[in-house]
Design a protein around this ligand. Structure first.
Ligand code: AMP
Length: 431
């Protein structure tokens, strides 16, 4: 079995690691990969959105299965091209990936399928957007419709702020083409959850929910980032709630996409705002695994990559409806100083060889010099996943691992999973 993982971040290192765990004989390739994936297989230095190049590589290396990590190659039609050439691939078509690459499209799908989501309007012209905002209650949310690297949603406390945000997107070209269309939506309150499900378009297997931490600073303060950490399982995401998400969100989304001629295969990720009355409102859909949620989820789902393979091969018959986590996991991101605005690159990274069992280091943005020295190559440098019997123990394990890895100016949060740990403390206090 020759498997190619497309992408080069922490998520892709975790995918390679889980593939090796589940299928030790698999021969792994990563494109472009990183120094972490290089320890598990062969890195192929190509640009992942150059779809033709990826297809050539798949043929040259006689790849049996391709798993696509990031959204950009999916939005560029990589899965379509591979399928058309007869190759097994895990990941949605370009048309189905619009559920992430166009928030306007996702909103339309949700409205048509009656999926709970914030009321919204979509605009391409400035004046009608400004008029709409003038009559809108505060706070409100302005989103660039296209792919904006997770930075396209602006939560606005006031109408003035919202007016500035749509002006920046529609009139000044902030976010480029991604901001030529904007969605203005109601602000929702509640607790956020990431619910990911594997699907072949008809059957669904829901993974345990995760919670991520987008803000740079402890206590969820500071600027938004690509994600500073994630954990699972989340105790408020009971099987009953996941069943509700399946029935009210995931199944209707799949049916609506199929009805539009865009059947969905791959992992469907629903960013949920859980309202006080228990209704799961969808904030966004993603067409791929989350980063860093993947680095927390895959280590506690032994055997999960078998599902990816069978979905890609068209032989999938899942026996369960919901997978449960074998343990608790906390994934903490170690970021470069200056992240997210201006990460300082180049510092030497030292990862001790003898980290404890139960600590996993997934490379995200590192490079290796010819002499073997590891260096910081981007904002999020590595993710350290700690495993434990409880989320609190897993966090302890993750934090200890973070302390042992060194590079100049290393920044990370020591409070990943604080909501879960507070819930557990409160429950213990009440008992
Ligand atoms: P998105 O890219 O749509 O997931 O938005 C990024 C983040 O913005 C989410 O994780 C939420 O924290 C916040 N957000 C997005 N939409 C809303 C909303 N309608 N109400 C409140 N917060 C939101």
């Amino acid at each position: 079995m020759r498997v190619l993982v497309v992408g080069g971040g922490g998520r892709e290192h975790a995918l390679c690691w889980a593939l090796k765990r589940d299928t030790p004989d698999a021969e792994l390739f990563a494109a472009p990969g990183n120094p972490g994936t290089a320890q598990l297989g062969k890195n192929l230095n190509i640009e992942v959105t150059e779809v033709g190049e990826v297809v050539e590589v798949v043929e040259e290396h006689r790849i049996d299965l391709t798993i696509v990590g990031p959204e950009a190659p999916l939005a560029a039609g990589l899965a379509d091209r591979l399928r058309a050439a007869g190759h097994a691939v895990f990941g949605p078509s370009q048309a189905a990936a619009r559920i992430e690459s166009s928030k306007a499209f996702a909103k339309d799908v949700m409205q048509q399928a009656r999926i709970p989501t914030a009321a919204s309007r979509t605009f391409t012209a400035l004046d009608p957007a400004l008029k709409y905002i003038k009559r809108h209650a505060e706070p409100l949310v302005v989103k660039a419709s296209g792919l904006a690297g997770g930075k396209g949603a602006v939560v606005c406390g006031t109408r003035d702020e919202a007016a500035r945000a749509v002006h920046a997107m529609l009139a000044e070209g902030a976010f480029g083409d991604a901001g030529r269309e904007v969605v203005v939506e109601d602000f929702l309150e509640g607790e956020e959850l990431s619910v990911l499900a594997l699907t072949d378009g008809e059957q669904l297997l829901v993974l345990p929910a995760a919670q991520d931490h987008k803000r740079l600073g402890e206590g969820d303060t500071g600027p938004n980032t690509g994600g500073m950490g994630a954990y699972c399982p989340v105790s408020i995401a009971t099987d009953g709630l996941l069943e509700t998400v399946r029935r009210r969100v995931l199944e209707p989304a799949l049916q609506e996409l199929a009805a539009r001629g865009a059947p969905y295969q791959g992992v469907l990720y629903a960013g949920i705002m859980l309202a006080a009355d228990g209704t799961p409102y969808v904030l966004e859909f993603n067409c791929r695994f989350g980063d860093p949620e993947t680095q927390a989820l895959l280590p506690v789902l032994p055997g999960v990559t078998t599902h990816l393979r069978e979905i890609a091969m068209g032989t999938w018959r899942p026996r369960e409806a919901i997978l449960s986590a074998s343990r608790a996991a906390v994934a903490t991101v170690l970021a470069a100083p200056g992240y997210p605005d201006k990460p300082r690159l180049g510092a030497e990274v030292q990862v001790p060889r003898d980290l404890e069992a139960g600590t996993l280091v997934f490379h995200a943005s590192t490079t290796r010099d010819p002499d073997g020295t590891l260096r910081v190559a981007g904002g999020r440098v590595v993710t350290v996943t700690g495993l434990g019997d409880t989320v609190a123990a897993a966090r302890e394990q993750s934090t200890q691992g973070c302390e042992l890895i060194s590079f100049e100016g290393k920044t990370y949060r020591r409070d990943i999973a604080w909501r879960q740990i507070r819930r557990m403390t409160e429950r213990a206090g009440a008992a």
